[in-house]
Design a protein around this ligand. Structure first.
Ligand SMILES: Cc1cc2nc3c(=O)[nH]c(=O)nc-3n(C[C@H](O)[C@H](O)[C@H](O)COP(=O)(O)OP(=O)(O)OC[C@H]3O[C@@H](n4cnc5c(N)ncnc54)[C@H](O)[C@@H]3O)c2cc1C
Length: 155
């Protein structure tokens, strides 16, 4: 979700707002990414799905309320909805990137394991240390390719 930010110069480039740490119905906000006059909001898990289900404008409305809670009501007039994504509803995405539930990080190794020495898996979700990143995805592709080559070498 992205909000346009008026009078952007008054705000720090690449600032971050993470106010709520004791609840999961919250966003994290990237202020002026790459210096652009906007704020990006990131949401996860059940709360992200609820906001998607709530329809157009729900992410922006929540974000404006939450940011106003951090920075005061004056900021409301500086914020305007720009765009919202709905990746949980996209059958070819089904979300943005993976997250493990507490205590289940080790299950990434299960996801990464080949099936019947015929199906091999890559992707950020299979990366033990760099999940949710582009480099984790790239490294996992190299790892899966090595697994295939090692198997072929034995034949
Ligand atoms: C908003 C956002 C910001 C990010 N910022 C950063 C960042 O700053 N730095 C960073 O390192 N990473 C960042 N990431 C994460 C990074 O983009 C991902 O971790 C990485 O792209 C994952 O690569 P992947 O190959 O595992 O999966 P993907 O890139 O998701 O590729 C999976 C592909 O499979 C396709 N697919 C799914 N189902 C099917 C099917 N049934 N049949 C055929 N195709 C299918 C999908 O359409 C997709 O093209 C960000 C991600 C998001 C969403």
């Amino acid at each position: 979700m992205t909000l346009a930010l008026a009078d952007a110069e008054a705000f720090p480039k690449d600032g971050n707002l993470r106010g709520a740490t004791m609840r999961t119905d919250m966003g994290t906000y990237h202020i002026r990414p790459f210096g652009q006059p906007c704020i990006e909001g990131f949401f996860g898990g059940r709360f992200a799905r609820e906001l998607e289900d709530a329809g157009d404008g729900a992410f922006a409305a929540h974000s404006i309320d939450e940011i106003a809670g951090f920075l005061g009501n004056d900021i409301r007039r500086k914020l305007k909805p720009l765009m919202e994504s709905r990746w949980a509803h996209d059958p070819f995405a089904r979300g943005a990137y993976s997250h493990a539930l507490p205590g289940h990080a080790g299950k990434r190794a299960v996801l990464a394991a080949p099936v019947d020495r015929r199906l091999f898996f890559a992707g950020e979700a299979t990366s033990p240390n760099f999940f949710s990143t582009a480099h984790g995805a790239r490294d996992s592709g190299a790892r899966a390719a090595k697994e295939v080559l090692a198997l072929l070498a034995k034949r």
